[in-house]
Write a protein that binds this ligand. Structure first.
Ligand SMILES: [Zn+2]
Length: 245
């Protein structure tokens, strides 16, 4: 029997760069939002290394960061996300430090999401033509360990307690880009929104229209599970679901 679909009340998306969320999980977020979920979008770097234009020097980095933050906010509004947090770590040089883990722990304790959604930090290679960006792995690792054990454990990062952030237990952790996913989310009704949101990242897309590729990915993923279009995840259940009444 098919398990009942989990629909979070508050979900926190934690991603390394502006546009990561739109390439990977935006169809799922839009679906949850349509079911009444509040989504908080956390972007660890502002993508300030996202240009190889030879005329651009180091002085362009803060300009690009600002531009990409605006693009992310516009993409989030397309999806129905009102709250975006930028942590301003350096793009391309991210590490899964304790400082980052603490920043994410603070946000989890502040917003109290029942679900955190991020990348799979264990994924080094995708197929035979893409090395997973180190920032993706770093952000995901910090997010996973902020979710557990830091968010829920009183005596980790005790200065957060002093700041008034009480422990919070996240119920579920969703990881995208997993080698062996175990949950498929039907994105047939939200695929167009995902593409529209992705197109807000104009500085990264240039003249390229990503619609075809995104549809193809979603169709391939859906095919694994009898759906027209889907996104897939490895899911960790950290707090057991309440039994049905
Ligand atoms: Zn990225």
């Amino acid at each position: 029997m098919e398990e009942k679909e989990y629909l979070p009340s508050i979900a926190m998306s934690i991603q390394a760069h502006p546009d990561d969320q739109e390439f990977t999980i935006a169809g799922t977020l839009a679906r949850w939002i349509q079911h009444g979920c509040q989504v908080i979008s956390v972007i660890v770097t502002s993508g300030d290394a996202g240009s190889n234009e030879p005329s651009r020097g180091v002085g362009y980095k803060p300009v690009l960061a600002h531009l990409r933050e605006d693009e992310q906010i516009a993409a989030n509004l397309v999806l129905g996300i009102q709250e975006t947090a930028f942590l301003h770590y350096p793009d391309g040089e991210l590490q899964a430090t304790l400082a980052l883990r603490k920043d994410l722990t603070r946000l989890i304790r502040q917003y109290k999401p029942d679900l955190v959604i991020t990348g799979d930090p264990s994924r080094l290679f995708h197929g035979s033509d893409y090395i997973n960006h180190p920032d993706h792995r770093a952000a995901a690792e910090a997010a996973v360990y902020a979710t557990f054990p830091s968010a829920g454990t009183r005596l980790i990062f005790t200065d957060l307690l002093d700041e008034g952030y009480e422990p919070h237990n996240v119920r579920k952790l969703y990881l995208h880009g997993a080698e062996k996913p175990d949950v498929w989310i039907d994105t047939s009704a939200t695929l167009d929104l995902k593409i529209a949101a992705l197109k807000k990242h104009a500085s990264q897309l240039g003249d390229w229209d990503p619609s075809h590729m995104i549809r193809e990915w979603a169709a391939e993923t859906g095919q694994e599970h009898g759906l027209s279009f889907a996104e897939s995840f490895k899911v960790m259940t950290l707090v057991e679901d309440k039994p049905e009444n």
